[in-house]
Write a protein that binds this ligand. Structure first.
Ligand SMILES: Cc1cc2nc3c(=O)[nH]c(=O)nc-3n(C[C@H](O)[C@H](O)[C@H](O)COP(=O)(O)OP(=O)(O)OC[C@H]3O[C@@H](n4cnc5c(N)ncnc54)[C@H](O)[C@@H]3O)c2cc1C
Length: 439
């Protein structure tokens, strides 16, 4: 069926044929007969990674098997199984996902293709660190891949944005938990220097850490922020209840411009004021702590039909000043920006396109509309590239090919593997065309 598709930011739609193959044979047929193909999960990447104009989009929804979970917490799941599905299946028996992004509504295929990270990257690494093996259908045939078998294809697929083939299933190591709660410490800081100093000094004491930073405040309170850090509650809870499903939804697109400098500044102010100055030992549900945005379905419609840009970058530890410079640029530009998310990254992995590098990562939500926005984003790109950093492809909708190559210096390693499994360049997306990620 022909459909218009876009990412979660709703900025760059394109039209393609969309099918939901329900067997490996159908996927292989499509990979061998279509001109251009890209897999798609739940469409939670923000930009144009899971769409291909004029090509064929293969939804992964039909691959939804979950094996029994072993006593060691190892499970094999279909690529269309979501993080939410895994939590619902595993939690009652004391198993939780090793890494979760800020929403549970992402598939295992999408989590592998973007090599997603959570609030525990500084301790547990990204999703790839917990994948034991996977089954991949490439245009040249099926492959079993692991860190010990076809390892170059395995690592190219981790963060490879769906461009090495269609993941059918993956075997994943879950983590044991005894409760459905997280014990959370919260602290509020008056500016970005204090936020970053506290994260450097104390993040290592927690498994999970995230900071909300106000990029609209200026002067002495520039980058004021709230750090929330936590660990799974070690006291057993009698029943381990999975997170509640969304109860609210946004039924249609809000008028453009509702989220503007005034309304976002007021939201950021309210959020900052309502946070405690310092609170320790608060019990939170898994849903509240990990996925607060999942409480409202289709919240991206609040940004109106113009949509919004999620801009996330990572810079090495030595480039902490770049985080400050980025916040200063935003706060002085007047471009409205919701509370940004600042996290620490630990070691990266061998994935040639995997995003995390040890240091800092900052994610910004920026409504499309203000005339200054494109120029500000271009300046941010330059700051990030000059600092040896990179933009997260799962959120990108506008990076140019030269900067992409500068930010991802191992791109030729990736393309060498891709050429082997996809010699005719069948696996293509709007993203890969835009940034020149083609054989
Ligand atoms: C509210 C929100 C919060 C988020 N928070 C985070 C976060 O904290 N950390 C983080 O890392 N990311 C985060 N993300 C981004 C999200 O985790 C990734 O974009 C993820 O890839 C989305 O998965 P999906 O199933 O929706 O895949 P899609 O968006 O549909 O596709 C993403 C990529 O996966 C590929 N793909 C999908 N299925 C397969 C398959 N079967 N085989 C091969 N490739 C496949 C697609 O081709 C595409 O390149 C967030 C997104 C949202 C909306």
């Amino acid at each position: 069926m022909r459909e218009s598709l876009w990412g979660w930011g709703r900025t760059s739609p394109s039209v393609a044929d969309v099918v939901t193959p329900d067997s490996e044979t159908t996927v292989l047929d499509a990979l061998q007969s279509a001109v251009t193909v890209v897999p798609r999960g739940l469409g939670r990447s923000y930009g144009d990674a899971a769409q291909v104009a004029g090509g064929l989009v293969l939804r992964n929804d039909a691959f939804r098997d979950i094996s029994p979970i072993g006593d060691d917490g190892v499970v094999t799941v279909g690529a269309g199984v979501s993080i939410d599905d895994i939590i619902r299946r595993g939690l009652p028996d004391g198993w939780f996902v090793p890494v979760t992004p800020g929403t549970r509504q992402v598939t295992v295929g999408g989590a592998i293709a973007a090599d997603v990270h959570g609030k525990n990257h500084h301790v547990d690494g990204s999703f790839a660190s917990h994948v034991r093996s996977l089954r991949l259908l490439t245009p040249t045939g099926p492959l079993h891949c692991s860190p010990h078998e076809n390892e170059d294809v395995f690592w190219a697929t981790m963060g490879g944005m769906g461009l090495t083939g269609f993941v059918v299933n993956a075997t994943i190591q879950l983590i044991p938990v005894v409760s459905d709660r997280v014990i959370v410490d919260t602290v509020r800081h008056a500016n970005i220097d204090d936020v970053m100093a506290d994260m450097l000094a104390n993040d290592h004491r927690y498994r999970y850490s995230v900071s909300w930073v106000d990029c609209m405040s200026k002067g002495r309170s520039m980058g004021r922020g709230i750090i929330t850090r936590g660990d799974h509650d070690p006291s057993p809870s009698p029943e381990k209840t999975p997170p509640r499903r969304a109860r609210l939804s946004v039924p249609f697109s809000a008028p453009n411009g509702i989220l503007n400098s005034l309304s976002i500044r007021a939201f950021n102010e309210g959020w900052f004021r309502k946070a405690p100055r310092h609170r320790i030992g608060e019990y939170q549900t898994l849903g509240t702590f990990f996925h607060p945005l999942d409480g409202v379905q289709d919240w991206n419609r609040l940004y109106g039909s113009r949509g919004f840009v999620q801009y996330q970058f990572a810079v090495p530890d030595a480039a902490g000043d770049t985080v400050r410079a980025a916040i200063e640029l935003l706060s002085s530009s007047g471009v409205p920006s919701f509370l940004a998310v600042l996290k620490r990254f630990g070691d990266g992995n061998p994935g040639s396109l995997s995003f995390p590098i040890p240091g800092w990562t900052l994610a910004l939500d920026l409504p499309v509309g203000p005339s200054a926005l494109p120029g500000v984003l271009d300046q941010l790109d330059q700051l990030v590239a000059a600092a040896g950093g990179r933009i997260y492809l799962a959120k990108d909708s506008r990076l140019d090919p030269d900067l992409f190559r500068e930010m991802y210096p191992r791109v030729d390693d990736f393309l060498a593997v891709k050429r082997r499994v996809d010699p005719h360049n069948v696996m293509v997306s709007d993203l890969s065309r835009r940034i020149g990620l083609i054989n």
